[in-house]
Design a protein around this ligand. Structure first.
Ligand code: SDX
Length: 435
């Protein structure tokens, strides 16, 4: 902690500490502000508010930089694997080969679900959105795994983290199989993390199944890119839930729920829906105009970001991947990819987007690859949730061990009615109520 900030207000003045991190903007400590000057700070959406200290992920939004535990996302995408990145995010350092082998083996042997959960899936109607199933099933895991619920026991925390990372693909695949009326496929311990997911999703008991190495590597790379992203909406939700002492399975279920929104992880599904609605390059100007019209709630899905005011480095990597994966999978001329490229070109040349520094984000191109891998659109955000579970559990573990963390309980600027007396119903007049 170095310099101080001086604050002068009608109630008096005070000095506030400035907290310096290792990289990125410093933060002014305001925790004493209410006690000393009886003021709150007002920051809807937490645009300028740091809710915690974290050593996991660093983003420089102006430069388009993303580091996991200090390692650039570009290098990890090029040279690492999802489980190696999972180890890095959880434990803070890249594993040795024996550490990675042991970690992979642990994850592999936690992939099965309690057999009674099969009945839980059957309770959902066939057209249930897979994200609705994920929220329900992940939250229910605390009903089965009582030996990893004590958040103050490091061993419990670690087992819960391993179980969540391992079981998300199994739950995702089961939610897909349920939606198409096919039998669940059990995990296959001889396969990689993403190879196993592909087999559980696309194999059928009556046929042999061969994992496509192109699809396996593409999914592994996309999972690396989605693994963590500092204090985004769903991670902040996990931290808030965890701050009350809720069990890890409940916290991750809350993160899945928050991720589902189209402004966040639901954007990848919304991008595909938007591209299909646009249909042809000739209609792009119409949608660009709608995106710019304040009166129209339509936004260009997959564009813009709270932190990145430059090209999202993950989007740059996925955009390059699209060319490679589509070529290898034989969809080189996917019309939706061509349309996405054209839409990006037109938007990035438009003053509205330039002025607001709106660039494609991670969700703009990911759906193109998922589609090429024959993953149904309704499962796109589920794929995001599988990968982000690593970040959620890493951030949850960091929060639990942070001595400065306490229950998250923001205040408010009250703008409701001042105190008034009860009116007996006999003399009450009907009043306009806004919904
Ligand atoms: C993810 O936080 C994370 O890190 C998230 C994520 C992660 O890995 O966890 O990166 C993953 O969620 C990526 C974002 C996916 N969402 C979308 O693609 C949905 C479309 N994008 C927007 O909804 C929006 O850009 C947000 C939600 C992403 C960011 O919203 P902000 O930071 O609150 O920005 P804003 O709404 O204040 O926008 C600033 C201006 C506004 O115009 P003015 O009021 O200044 O005139 O830009 C406009 C907005 O109307 N704007 C857009 C736009 N995004 C912002 N206009 C048209 N289309 C858009 N997509």
């Amino acid at each position: 902690m170095n310099d101080k900030a001086r604050l002068t207000t009608p109630h008096g003045e005070t000095e506030l500490p400035i907290h310096e991190g290792t990289m990125g903007p410093a933060a002014i400590g305001i925790d004493r502000l209410y006690r000393e000057l009886h003021y709150l700070t007002y920051d809807p959406g937490f645009v300028s508010t740091a809710a915690c200290k974290s050593a996991i992920t660093f983003i420089d939004g102006e430069q388009g930089v993303l580091l996991y535990r200090g390692y650039p996302i570009e290098q990890l995408a090029e040279q690492s694997s999802f489980l190696e990145v999972a180890y890095l995010l959880l434990y803070g350092e890249l594993p040795t080969q024996s550490q990675l082998d042991e970690f992979s083996d642990i994850i592999t042997h936690h992939t099965m679900l309690n057999e009674n959960l099969r009945d839980f899936f059957r309770g959902f109607y066939h057209d249930a959105h897979p994200m609705a199933i994920m929220v329900g099933v992940v939250g229910s895991l605390s009903a089965f795994y009582h030996d990893s619920l004590d958040i103050h026991d490091p061993r419990h925390r670690e087992i819960a983290a391993h179980r969540l990372i391992a079981k998300m693909p199994t739950i995702a695949a089961a939610s897909y199989k349920h939606s198409i009326g096919e039998p669940f496929i059990y995990p296959d311990n001889s396969l990689s993390y993403t190879g196993n997911l592909l087999k559980m999703m696309f194999a059928v008991p009556s046929e042999p199944y061969e994992v496509d190495p192109v699809a396996e590597r593409a999914l592994d790379l996309i999972f690396i890119l989605h693994a963590d992203h500092e204090q985004n909406a769903s991670t902040s939700t996990v931290r808030v839930a965890g701050s009350s002492g809720a069990n890890p399975f409940a916290c991750i279920a809350s993160g899945i729920a928050a991720l589902w929104g189209p402004a966040h992880g639901g954007a990848n599904e919304a991008v595909l829906t938007m591209l299909e609605e646009i249909g042809t390059p000739e209609r792009i100007p119409e949608f660009i105009a709608r995106a710019k019209d304040r009166k129209d709630p339509f936004r260009l899905m997959g564009f813009g970001h709270r932190v990145y005011k430059n090209y999202d480095p993950r989007a740059r990597i996925i955009r390059k991947m699209c060319h490679e994966v589509l070529d290898k999978l034989g969809d080189a001329n996917d019309p939706l990819f061509e349309l996405a490229l054209k839409l990006e070109e037109i938007a990035l040349a438009d003053e509205y987007f330039i002025e607001r520094k709106l660039y494609p984000n991670v969700d703009f191109y990911s759906g193109i690859i998922y589609r090429a891998l024959k993953i149904p659109t309704k499962l796109f955000t589920v794929m995001f949730a599988i990968a982000r579970t690593v970040g959620w559990v890493a951030q949850w573990m960091e929060m639990i061990q942070d001595p400065e963390q306490r229950i998250s309980r923001p205040r408010q600027l009250y703008v409701g009615p001042v105190q008034r007396d009860y009116v007996p119903i006999e003399i009450r007049k009907a009043s306009e109520v806004s919904s």
